[in-house]
Design a protein around this ligand. Structure first.
Ligand SMILES: NC(=O)c1ccc[n+]([C@@H]2O[C@H](COP(=O)([O-])OP(=O)(O)OC[C@H]3O[C@@H](n4cnc5c(N)ncnc54)[C@H](O)[C@@H]3O)[C@@H](O)[C@H]2O)c1
Ligand SMILES: O=P(O)(O)OC[C@H](O)CO
Length: 365
């Protein structure tokens, strides 16, 4: 507390492409806003660079993440820390921004180490599938750590935000609007406009599912199909995103799909994202080189989320008998694992089933 007002200390857990840009964005605000401590600790998954230097040391010396965000100064109040416990010490606002496959292990290491009353926000686009069913990443964080967790999703290609091109984002929250507004204050800048929506599942599922549609869009590009085909993929994808979200969480709101986290993120990812780019290469190689191989070669340490999300969603679809209702989401997974050729991405529509069978009415399509 300072002068009777709460003061907030921010830690960022993750330092990849978006993690580095988010740290820079946040740090530009904490340096200015009196309700936040200036310093932003950024946890770094330690790596040894080709020069033999540690990534965290290099970031602190150059004030730049030469591997995941070269050429951009982070702000001198961003401090890289390879020690997870030390990175979150005394922090009461925790920003989670790692590829989704690593978050469970990270959370387990943080149990019992957090400042009482800490709040979290997840910028992670992905989901986990457990024995008991699908689990959104914000819920995984909240349940493992016993803390409240909002989400921030949107049309946010990190490299564009790094050079301060105008973008929007959506914060999803469950009940506490005051907390959501505090997160919005932390993130909002003149070039990054943030709105809040009381629909955490809807916001998070938009960010998660659009990565599967982006794979489909990349396949279409790799097959040299035109804009009409790609637009059709995006429309069908958006429709399936909304239907799947509402089946999982009936509380999900239609309006959420018109926020930055919805249609805008779908568009930007299908035009300029990494999932699209690698899927294009996959199709150009006729599916002969795996996504893992192409990811390693093309992204140099950055991670795709769409391929694993397609698998996770497919598990849910098969377990619940919904596969035929979601031809695009299902087909993307079957192409990714080599069960179908890339050209199948536009063949499935011939077999599109009667989509009105759920519950005998047409609530989704
Ligand atoms: N990059 C973007 O434009 C962007 C924009 C919005 C949202 N996102 C989302 O943000 C999340 C993080 O993406 P990113 O772009 O910051 O990461 P990234 O793909 O650029 O980088 C991969 C990160 O994973 C780390 N890592 C590798 N192995 C690890 C391990 N075993 N344990 C923990 N960490 C490990 C690496 O050190 C690196 O920091 C993803 O869910 C992504 O979908 C990304
Ligand atoms: O580069 P992608 O495909 O991981 O997408 C990045 C962001 O999610 C776009 O908002």
């Amino acid at each position: 507390m300072e002068n009777g007002h709460a003061k907030y200390r921010v830690a960022v857990i993750g330092s990849g492409n978006w993690g580095s840009v988010a740290s820079r964005l946040i740090a530009s605000n904490t340096a200015k806003l009196p309700s936040f401590y200036d310093e932003v600790r950024m946890w770094v998954f330690e790596e040894i660079l080709p020069t033999g230097r540690k990534l965290s040391e290099s970031i602190n010396e150059q004030n730049e993440n030469c591997k995941y965000l070269p050429g951009i100064k982070l702000g001198t109040n961003v401090i890289a820390d390879p020690d997870l416990e030390s990175a979150v010490k005394d922090a009461n606002m925790l920003v989670f921004v790692t590829p989704h496959q690593f978050v469970e292990g990270i959370c387990k290491k943080l149990v019992g180490k957090l400042t009482p009353g800490a709040e979290a926000i997840s910028l992670i686009k992905g989901m986990e599938v457990k024995m008991e069913g699908p689990c959104m990443i914000s819920k995984l964080i909240a349940d493992t750590l016993g803390i409240n967790c909002c989400v921030l999703m949107g049309a946010n290609i990190a490299n564009e935000i790094a050079v301060e091109e105008f973008s929007e984002a959506t914060i999803g929250y469950r009940k506490d609007k005051e907390v959501a507004n505090r997160w919005a204050k932390l993130f909002t800048t003149p070039y990054f406009l943030v709105s809040v929506a009381e629909d955490i599942e809807g916001v998070e599922l938009c960010g998660t599912l659009k990565n599967i549609v982006a794979i489909a869009a990349g396949l279409v590009d790799g097959l040299d199909m035109g804009n009409n085909t790609k637009a059709a993929i995006m429309r069908i994808g958006l429709r399936e995103m909304r239907a799947f979200s509402k089946l999982l969480f009936p509380s999900v709101r239609d309006n959420t799909f018109f926020e930055s986290c919805g249609v805008a993120d779908l568009i930007t990812t299908c035009l300029g994202g990494r999932n699209r780019r690698v899927a294009e290469a996959f199709a150009r190689n006729g599916g002969k080189r795996s996504f893992d191989e192409l990811e390693a070669e093309m992204l140099r340490g950055q991670k795709l989320q769409g391929v694993s999300t397609a698998r996770e969603v497919y598990e849910v679809l098969t377990y619940r008998g919904w596969q035929e209702l979601f031809p695009l989401l299902s087909t993307v997974h079957e192409i990714c694992i080599g069960q179908l050729p890339p050209t199948s991405i536009v063949e499935y529509s011939e077999h599109t089933p009667n989509l009105s069978i759920i519950g005998g009415h047409t609530p989704f399509y």
